[in-house]
Write a protein that binds this ligand. Structure first.
Ligand SMILES: *[C@@H]1O[C@H](CO)[C@@H](O)[C@H](O)[C@H]1NC(C)=O
Ligand SMILES: *[C@@H]1O[C@H](CO)[C@@H](O)[C@H](O)[C@H]1NC(C)=O
Ligand SMILES: *[C@@H]1O[C@H](CO)[C@@H](O)[C@H](O)[C@H]1NC(C)=O
Length: 567
């Protein structure tokens, strides 16, 4: 008797849990969630290899396997030690972490086994591990999930990606990236299993096929292990196809925790009367719903399309947008006007070009770098949790930490016309760095209307506006998108996005919901400044009607700002 699909699902889930117990638990302080930490890994890896190398001189003949480790590294790196460049590419970054977690484990074991000659090397490695960053297995799982997410969001061609090649999207151009190393059949299979465990059933099948294709090409590996791997992949593909079809049949192609293709793998299902159903599924067309209530799926779809650079706004809506230079008769702005590009009038979202200088953005980055910690975000029960919803590391900078910060704050103040000091008026500078595939799913910045709000928040008011400065250019991906307003802001070093989070009456404006797209290539740094409501009472005045919104940058009231600054 054939086992039913449900039983097979259970078996498979069980198998996945046993085979890779930590698939879904991304723990503690991870390396993959920040490019900055990953760069440390590059140097760390160099140190590891140097250690192993000197050890080889003593025990050459016994250590053919260890030598292999070094050779693999050399071949992979091809002499490239530009760390930023190396971790900019998600496939290379994945390999970097894999060498730490898989290759290095074997090597370390051998070093232990021959401990008489390797004592010194072992001690050296222990010291390195204690003193600085080291990638662990949860980082490898994180890197695999990141690749799946990138592939899914940017609709990357899996065949090409397995060869380390992908096309990046940006405002103006398409660019092709190539990693130093491709993904082996084992890598593709590893990624396929992660995709499956995460409910990406469509992607899991694609990666499984990629694994088989790579296996067929890896001729130098002919032998029993290759045969077993081939068998395992095929076995997986069979199960995954059945589960895929089962989920599609019973639950449909898309839900909170799963997605499938719109057609079943098994063509017999297709023919046996349900073909109309599947055809109607594949024909569903996307119509953007701007300024309307969006279901989570619709919001998700808009988010991804905007991330890929699609235009959701009509020409008519965009026709009323303007670019202008703002001086307001302010001496500083007469010399260096604010370059304002409107992105949306309701809610008002603008890009402020060249807000900060290169020097200023570099200072923000340098100050934050040593302080980065994995970002947590507010969970449903009000506690802060770390999770895959936000994969970045961030740091808070107080203004008195560095003499350049007050000048940066003053520039922000003059351009936006809002009040930033004393500390009740705006939060400290928050600097965030996004890692491989780093993203922040859609959310609003408003904090006050939550049940756990503390008295300080009530005292200073909600986040009336957000000023988000991009501290780096990002080669591909990493845009800030507003699914409800249909706006995409592309990161440009020194430029900033500015928007009002609240109605004039202080209620949160839900059309400002936004998210950070996954970084496809490069490293993304941003600095956020959240401006608080109550101190703005004379510059951003409340309205007469409850639906009134702020519709421009406020006219600057220099005297009041100066008065507040002196406090
Ligand atoms: C994906 O890439 C492969 C090889 O690079 C190419 O042969 C294939 O046509 C591509 N598929 C799509 C859908 O573009
Ligand atoms: C779509 O949104 C849901 C809910 O926020 C989330 O669980 C899911 O992962 C999202 N899908 C994608 C492809 O991002
Ligand atoms: C401010 O930070 C920059 C970058 O770290 C540093 O070069 C500079 O010396 C700092 N200035 C002061 C006054 O601390």
């Amino acid at each position: 008797m054939e086992p039913s699909p449900a039983v097979i699902t259970l078996l498979l889930v069980f198998w996945l849990k046993i085979v890779s117990p930590s698939l879904s638990s991304i723990e503690a302080d991870d390396v993959f969630s920040s490019v900055s930490k990953m760069e440390d890994l590059v140097h760390q890896e160099k140190k590891l290899v140097d250690t192993v190398d000197s050890f080889l001189i003593e025990a050459k003949q016994r250590l053919a396997i260890v030598e292999d480790y070094v050779t693999t590294y050399r071949q992979a790196i091809k002499g490239e030690l530009n760390s930023a460049w190396l971790v900019a590419n998600p496939v290379d970054a994945y390999h970097l972490i894999k060498r730490f977690t898989v290759d290095w484990r074997t090597t370390e074991q051998i070093l232990r086994d021959v401990s008489i000659t390797s004592n010194d090397a072992c001690n050296h490695v222990m010291m390195l591990r204690d003193k600085s960053v080291f990638a662990e297995s949860h980082d490898l799982h994180g890197a695999a999930i990141a690749l799946i997410r990138l592939q899914d969001t940017y609709k990357l061609n899996v065949t090409a990606l397995a060869d380390g090649r992908y096309t990046g999207v940006d405002q103006s151009k398409e660019q092709v990236f190539q990693s130093l190393q491709d993904l082996s059949s084992r890598d593709c299979f590893f990624i396929a299993r992660h995709a499956f465990a995460d409910g990406y059933y469509d992607t899991a099948l694609e990666w499984g096929e990629a694994a088989l294709r790579q296996l067929a090409r890896e001729e130098d590996n002919v032998g029993p292990t290759t045969e077993i791997l081939g068998y395992e992949i095929k076995h997986f593909m069979n199960y995954a196809s059945i589960v895929h079809d089962d989920v599609l049949e019973k639950k449909g192609p898309l839900g909170m925790h799963w997605q499938t293709n719109s057609n079943p793998v098994n063509k017999k299902l297709f023919r046996s009367g349900s073909s109309e159903k599947y055809e109607s599924l594949s024909e569903q067309k996307f119509t953007p719903k701007l300024y309307q209530q969006q279901s989570e799926d619709e919001q998700n779809e808009s988010y991804e399309r905007l991330c890929r650079g699609e235009k959701l706004r009509t020409v008519k809506i965009d026709a009323s947008l303007r670019c202008h230079l703002v001086t307001r008769g302010h001496p500083a702005l007469l010399l260096q006007p604010a370059k304002v590009e409107q992105q949306s009038l309701d809610p008002m979202i603008v890009v402020l070009h060249d807000l900060l200088t290169d020097h200023q953005t570099d200072i923000l980055r340098q100050l934050a770098e040593p302080k980065l910690a994995t970002s947590s975000h507010l969970g449903p029960d009000g506690t802060f949790i770390r999770s895959m919803i936000r994969t970045s590391k961030n740091a808070w900078l107080e203004e008195n930490e560095n003499a350049s910060l007050p000048a940066i704050r003053r520039r922000m103040e003059i351009v936006t016309g809002l009040i930033y000091t004393p500390e009740t008026a705006s939060e400290h500078f928050q600097v965030a760095n996004y890692g491989i595939g780093g993203l922040y799913k859609t959310h609003t910045d408003s904090t006050v209307n939550r049940e756990d709000t503390d008295p300080w928040m009530l005292h200073i008011g909600d986040r009336i506006a957000t000023l988000m400065v991009y501290l780096t250019d990002v080669e591909a991906g990493g845009a800030t998108v507003f699914p409800n307003a249909g706006v995409t802001c592309w990161p440009r070093k020194g430029s900033a996005a500015f928007w009002w989070n609240l109605y004039k009456n202080g209620e949160p404006d839900l059309t400002t919901i936004h998210g950070a797209c996954p970084v496809l290539h490069g490293s993304k740094w941003v600095s956020n400044k959240w401006i608080r409501q109550y101190d703005q009472m004379f510059v951003a005045k409340c309205g007469l009607h409850f639906l009134e919104k702020f519709d421009a940058l406020v006219p600057h009231t220099r005297v009041y700002a100066d008065m507040m600054s002196r406090n």
